[in-house]
Unconditional design. Structure first.
Length: 289
């Protein structure tokens, strides 16, 4: 009698089968279960580029890779040979990532935004391994299912810790939209330093966002909503978007309805608190004589 497979073996076999060429089946969440939150201060053995210029996006957005003969590697310099270190230039894309879904979870918002913004590269950022794999498999299946229409080519997901490495991936002023949807509230006061919105992190968001860009926030926790509003309004690089303008933004309705957490709040008849913040122009720099 063959031994009974444990849950881990079943998960691994299921995921391996999905990754075979020609498979267009959407992944099932039960094979990707993981705890709800991860400690952002732990060492997660993440791989990240030293600078945004060294980030290779080609595996996430293969349809946007530019075939450029000039990108061929130059001959190594004597100095580089002496150091046994020759930088590798990543493949260039025809456009940059412009939208970041921070803590994208199972990818509901990232997936929903892709057909809404077909000419914009959208990236989901998630710290949990299994959840990131789920979104990868989900995007792959959706691309295969919509091959003729060419949908979801502009959606990608990356395992990353944005609290530590956001500027390693994005250049100054690169992003036009950042979504922060139903983040971990970290209720205990001693855990507030782990919140994804803070004075320090807001400065990083300001750095990677272009003037006029929008940060979208939503939560079902009133205290966290007040915290995010307080910290963004106190930051000199942001101003709150009026409620009238907020309600005319098509991304707001998608943010309310398409995330997994948003659907859960809807089922439980809870409230969703939304706030948007616009990136302001930097003040003119007066050089000191």
């Amino acid at each position: 009698m063959a031994p009974t497979k444990n849950k881990r073996q079943k998960r691994e076999e299921y995921r391996a089968a999905l990754r075979e060429d020609g498979v267009a089946e959407l992944p099932r969440k039960k094979f990707y279960r993981q705890r709800a939150h991860a400690n952002p201060f732990s060492d997660h053995q993440l791989i990240y580029p030293p600078t945004p210029e060294q980030m290779d996006w080609s595996s996430l957005y293969p349809d946007y890779v530019v075939e450029d003969e000039s990108m061929e590697q130059d001959e190594p310099t004597a100095e580089a040979l002496d150091q046994s270190l020759q930088p590798v230039r990543p493949k260039r894309l025809s456009k940059d990532v412009e939208v970041a879904d921070i803590g994208c979870g199972f990818g509901g918002l990232t997936i929903a935004l892709a057909p809404m913004m077909p000419d914009t590269l959208i990236l989901g950022l998630e710290i949990r391994v299994s959840v990131t794999q789920f979104v990868e498999d989900r995007i792959k299946a959706l691309r295969a299912q919509s091959q003729e229409k060419g949908l979801y080519r502009n959606a990608g997901v990356l395992r990353a810790n944005t609290m530590k490495f956001l500027p390693n991936f994005f250049k100054k002023g690169q992003l036009s939209k950042i979504f922060i949807c139903f983040p971990d509230p970290h209720f205990k006061a001693r855990k507030h330093k782990q919140r994804i919105v803070s004075t320090t992190l807001n400065s990083e968001y300001a750095y990677v966002m272009r003037p006029g860009g929008i940060v979208y926030t939503i939560t079902d926790v009133p205290d966290l909503h007040a915290w995010m509003v307080q910290h963004f309004e106190a930051h000199p690089s942001f101003e709150r978007v009026s409620e009238e303008e907020q309600e005319t933004d098509p991304c707001v309705n998608v943010m309310r309805t398409e995330t997994e957490e948003g659907k859960k709040v809807e089922r439980n008849k809870g409230q969703k608190h939304v706030a948007l913040f616009r990136r302001l122009e930097d003040p003119p720099y007066d050089a000191v004589a």
